[in-house]
Write a protein that binds this ligand. Structure first.
Ligand SMILES: Nc1nc2c(ncn2[C@@H]2O[C@H](COP(=O)(O)OP(=O)(O)O)[C@@H](O)[C@H]2O)c(=O)[nH]1
Ligand SMILES: [Mg+2]
Length: 260
């Protein structure tokens, strides 16, 4: 079997001191010589920085970095800066990002990498509830999420099921830096912005995108997503769609969907 490619994975962390699964992270890194981590402490106020520094000191040298943001700027910016740091480490064949609460366990990585090996440049972990998969979501999040996901799919013109799962891998290629050059507008819907940027950069190349249904995903208590963020999602999506050129104005000024 071919060895796994060198992966630098970003774990955005905001006030994660109490729920960071440090032991699972240590075990995952010890078992996977190709896995490297960038932790982004996004202006936490609960001692997350110290917890992360102690964890990194226990990991083999050179396998993890810590990026400390003085102020909280949201998951999107933390992921963007983390990915830029991952690219600057040199040697990464793949980069990606993963929710630090490990709702998706790190042993899903091999399946995601296998999907990448089938000719993909961007693989999205997907929370598809089917028999045989263990996908545990709160009903209200699942229902709200399905509505938002459907709107996202229409706006992107892609048959994508779940853009918002916090588990994604990207192949390192020259245009990646360009996709990350500008800050995202959204704290939570930046995944959609990233996809929109990718689509614009690679027209007609949708076959290089893959969704990989996860075998396991478990909602972790202590979510930072507030009800107000969720309620604001449709309006925020339309703002993103307009800004990223997914909508066009017709001669009477009405918005129309450009793709799909
Ligand atoms: N950097 C950063 N990460 C955040 C922020 N809010 C949440 N996160 C991280 O984003 C990931 C997912 O957040 P979580 O609250 O579990 O969202 P949920 O799984 O959708 O309920 C975790 O790794 C969080 O630490 C934030 O403001 N900044
Ligand atoms: Mg979570």
């Amino acid at each position: 079997m071919a060895p796994e490619p060198v992966l630098w994975l970003v774990l955005p962390c905001f006030n994660e001191a109490a729920r960071l699964p440090a032991q699972a992270i240590e075990q995952a890194v010890a078992a996977r010589p190709w896995l490297h981590l960038v932790f982004v402490d996004d202006g936490s106020t609960d001692g997350t920085g110290e917890v992360l520094a102690a964890l990194i000191a226990r990991l083999p040298p050179g396998r993890a970095r810590l990026l400390s943001q003085p102020q909280n700027r949201g998951k999107g910016e933390a992921v963007r800066l983390g990915l830029i740091e991952a690219l600057s480490a040199g040697g990464a064949e793949l980069v990606g990002y993963w929710d630090a609460d490990l709702s998706a366990p790190l042993d899903e990585l091999e399946g995601m990498i296998a999907a990448m090996g089938e000719g993909a440049d961007l693989v999205l972990g997907s929370r598809v509830m089917v028999l045989g998969a263990q996908i545990e979501r709160r009903l209200v999040r699942h229902l709200g999420g399905r509505g938002v996901a459907t709107l996202i799919s229409v706006l992107l013109g892609l048959p994508v099921y779940d853009t918002q799962c916090g588990a994604k891998l990207l192949r390192v290629e020259p245009s990646l830096g360009e996709l990350l050059a500008r800050p995202f507008r959204s704290r939570w819907l930046f995944d959609v912005e990233l996809l929109a940027r990718w689509l614009r950069r690679h027209p007609g190349q949708e076959h290089r995108l893959r969704e990989r249904p996860l075998s396991r995903w478990r909602h972790t208590p202590g979510s930072k997503l507030r009800a107000s963020d969720a309620l604001a999602a449709p309006a925020e999506l339309l703002r993103i769609a307009r800004a990223e050129g997914l909508l066009w104005q017709d001669s009477r000024g009405a918005s129309r969907l450009r793709r799909g």
